[in-house]
Design a binder for this molecule. Structure first.
Ligand SMILES: NC(=O)c1ccc[n+]([C@@H]2O[C@H](COP(=O)([O-])OP(=O)(O)OC[C@H]3O[C@@H](n4cnc5c(N)ncnc54)[C@H](O)[C@@H]3O)[C@@H](O)[C@H]2O)c1
Length: 419
């Protein structure tokens, strides 16, 4: 884990005791309501804000139901559950200048840059200059939200709608994973202007909330959504090329310790949701061929084969969500694994995961330790990219990528300079 870089004596709003650090969570959807639960359980007074009539109250009612279940299972005492719920109040508004004064805001509204920018501007207008403003965005640039970005894609995102914040130093990303109450990982994301003391204090706060923070710059996809791309992309390419069928590629990767194969996992996530993340990373990297989404997945989305939720994705599902046509060919899996890298689903996928992790660290965007932690906690990988690198060896990974690059020229498989 990245060490705290906070200079001794540098105080931020986030250093206050929980009862003295009120938190506003903007957006009472899947993520916002979970984040509100985490903050309230840590002892903070929380105001849950949503623009839709009744949304915040419905979220709290749902939370009350969750706590009833936890109490009945003996996981939480009735007293703690009641105290946590009593710390959460709700507020319905579109106008963020009406949010009561707090020490920390965590925004979790729709993933739209113009909506988020407007919210941050209203918050800055009404909240004290010491209030820390965090976003739970999974794909947008922190600098585009605070208005600091002036070049390239980020500048295009400005759309000339609103000026930069006056105090961008207090803006950062706190990227929780779904569901926030259960997932340990939080990516703490710094924009170009984020204040190092605030980043360090936010990292410590997340740890006090019982989470495992990792640090990353505001790079497309951050750690998890960036490094994980080839886990899906390699399997899709191999299936599209007729090297292996979908059920067998899943079997091979489960055999390597992954909890789910890429095909069943994208069917669970939703092919549309997974495709959108891939597209976003691809566009934000200037259409780097390494991240180019596959025609295979685009066609699934176009055909409405979205996965379990639509009853048909890569596989067909019955009403209980059981796949009907996911029968792997065990002999084929055994023949492919350990063979030439281009037709070995495991070696090919892991070489690409290592390449991504190494490249991210090489560019100074995260530490190797944080990359490993993030991939194991955020995606349940059996090992982190650097653990695989240590096992396989940089020379072997580079040779595997060069073999792939020769078989499929175009830049997708170019080895990181750091290999
Ligand atoms: N769902 C995930 O797995 C996940 C994981 C990590 C991060 N995220 C990010 O978290 C954010 C929220 O995602 P979600 O899945 O909870 O979305 P959601 O659609 O479940 O909830 C969004 C909520 O925001 C409210 N909202 C929309 N515009 C608003 C506005 N102007 N002011 C106040 N409230 C407004 C909506 O009424 C809705 O209740 C997004 O930025 C998303 O990228 C999502």
């Amino acid at each position: 884990m990245t060490q705290s870089t906070q200079t001794p004596g540098a105080h931020t709003a986030l250093d206050a005791a929980p009862a003295q650090l009120p938190v506003a969570v903007i957006g009472a959807g899947a993520m916002g309501s979970g984040i509100a639960q985490v903050a309230a359980q840590a002892g903070h007074p929380v105001v849950l804000v949503d623009s839709q009539d009744g949304a915040a109250d419905r979220a709290v009612a749902k939370l009350a139901g969750t706590f009833d279940t936890l109490v009945s299972k003996g996981r939480v005492t009735r007293e703690d559950a009641d105290a946590t719920l009593a710390r959460i109040t709700t507020h319905t508004t579109r106008d963020m200048t009406t949010v009561p004064p707090v020490g920390l805001v965590i925004e979790a509204v729709v993933e739209q840059i113009d909506v988020k920018r407007a919210i941050f501007r209203q918050l800055e207008e009404a909240q004290a200059p010491t209030t820390v403003l965090a976003t739970n965005t999974s794909s947008l640039s922190i600098d585009a939200i605070s208005g600091e970005a002036t070049t390239g894609h980020d500048a295009a995102l400005h759309g000339g709608v609103s000026p930069a914040l006056a105090h961008p130093g207090r803006v950062l990303g706190l990227h929780f994973f779904n569901p926030p109450a259960l997932m340990k990982l939080v990516e703490v994301i710094n924009g170009a202007a984020s204040d190092p003391d605030i980043l360090a204090a936010a990292t410590d706060l997340v740890r006090r909330w019982g989470k495992t923070p990792v640090r990353c710059t505001s790079t497309p996809g951050f750690i998890v959504n960036r490094v994980a791309r080839p886990f899906y992309g390699e399997a899709q390419r191999m299936v599209a090329d007729g090297i292996v069928d979908a059920a067998t590629v899943d079997l091979a990767l489960r055999g390597a310790g992954f909890r789910m194969g890429p095909m069943e996992l994208t069917d669970l996530i939703g092919q549309d949701v997974n495709y959108a993340v891939g597209e976003s990373v691809w566009h934000q990297t200037g259409q780097d061929p390494r991240y180019e989404p596959t025609a295979y997945q685009r066609d699934l989305v176009r055909e409405g084969r979205l996965g379990r939720k639509s009853g048909h994705g890569v596989f067909r599902y019955d009403d209980s969500g059981t796949p009907l046509d996911a029968t792997p060919d065990e002999d084929l899996a055994a023949r492919l694994v350990g063979g030439p890298v281009a037709s070995d689903p495991v070696a090919r996928t892991i070489a690409m995961l290592v390449n991504e992790g190494v490249d991210l660290v090489h560019r100074g965007e995260a530490t190797a330790e944080d990359v490993d932690t993030a991939m194991k906690l955020g995606t349940n990988y059996p090992k982190g990219p650097f653990e695989w690198l240590a096992e396989i060896g940089g020379g072997t990974v580079r040779a595997q990528l060069e073999e792939l690059d020769a078989a499929y020229p175009g830049g997708r498989y170019r080895p990181s300079e750091a290999l």
